[in-house]
Design a protein around this ligand. Structure first.
Ligand SMILES: [Zn+2]
Length: 270
């Protein structure tokens, strides 16, 4: 059964978190690698909610783990990244070696209200991806900022989809070698969807689908974090078939992890 048939909620209008996450939660219960660690909070209406969070501890020496955060569903209507984050964990559970040396913290639905309502925005009508590191009152931004602060990631990967792009592209931030991690990821994901080679994407100068600038307020490491982690925002074309977007996200995620590890072993001091 295609990933999207298995995971996509039946209702087109309002989505539910539980059917999406139940398979993962069940896997986590019997796993030595996968752990559910959802973050409880009270939303603006005082209703108890939970921001989904999973830890996947790959095989290897836990003292030298590389710690990577994977974030999806920051924009609630961008379903392919959410599905890919969930499927990535399912695949890792089947084949833990794919995550050897890694401690992965996966937040598959960062904007819970937006996901449920199939909306880009937060419940307060804000773009969550413009609310970081500016003292935002948005609960999800505060929760995720605390995670970013506490966990001090070596790498941060955000999965998005863009309805104005006909192809794959990405933003790089943080460590100066990050473009060398994104380039092979775009190449690998290019087996499923075309890359966007435009000179300008989303009003930014782009080079072979790589943008080295970005918006203020996006989900990043704390500004004071040093050394800088590698940070990638990976974008699929929102209007492409969801299955292909999910496949592209999955290919990109695995390639980023593989490539990052090689750079470290080559002594690049990321
Ligand atoms: Zn987005």
């Amino acid at each position: 059964m295609p990933v999207t048939d298995r995971l996509r909620p039946s209702s087109k209008e309002r989505r539910q978190l539980r059917p999406l996450l139940r398979p993962l939660d069940e896997l986590a219960r019997g796993s030595d690698h996968l752990f559910a660690a959802h973050l409880a909070y009270d939303d603006a209406r005082g209703i108890r909610q939970s921001l989904p969070k999973y830890l996947f501890a790959g095989p290897g020496d836990s003292r030298t783990y590389l710690r990577v955060g994977i974030f999806a569903g920051v924009h609630g209507d961008e379903e392919s990244g959410v599905l890919a984050a969930v499927e990535f964990l399912v695949r890792l559970q089947d084949e833990p070696e794919r995550a050897r040396g890694y401690e992965l913290f996966v937040y598959p639905v960062c904007n819970v209200d937006g996901y449920v309502e199939n909306s880009r925005w937060t419940r307060n009508g804000l773009d969550l991806n413009r609310e970081f590191w500016k003292g935002s009152a948005e609960t999800e931004a505060q929760i995720l900022e605390r995670q970013l602060h506490k966990l001090h990631f070596n790498g941060i990967i955000s999965l998005h989809s863009d309805d104005t792009s006909a192809g794959l592209y990405g933003f790089v931030k943080g460590h100066e070698l990050t473009c060398h991690v994104l380039e092979p990821a775009l190449e690998e994901a290019g087996r499923f969807l075309p890359r966007n080679f435009d000179k300008s994407i989303d009003n930014f100068e782009a080079n072979n689908g790589i943008i080295e600038r970005g918006y203020e307020g996006i989900l990043t490491a704390p500004p004071e974090q040093n050394p800088k982690p590698f940070e990638i925002v990976f974008e699929t074309p929102h209007h492409a078939p969801v299955d292909l977007q999910v496949a592209a996200h999955l290919a990109a995620l695995q390639t980023i992890l593989d490539r990052f590890k090689v750079l470290i072993s080559e002594g690049q001091d990321i």
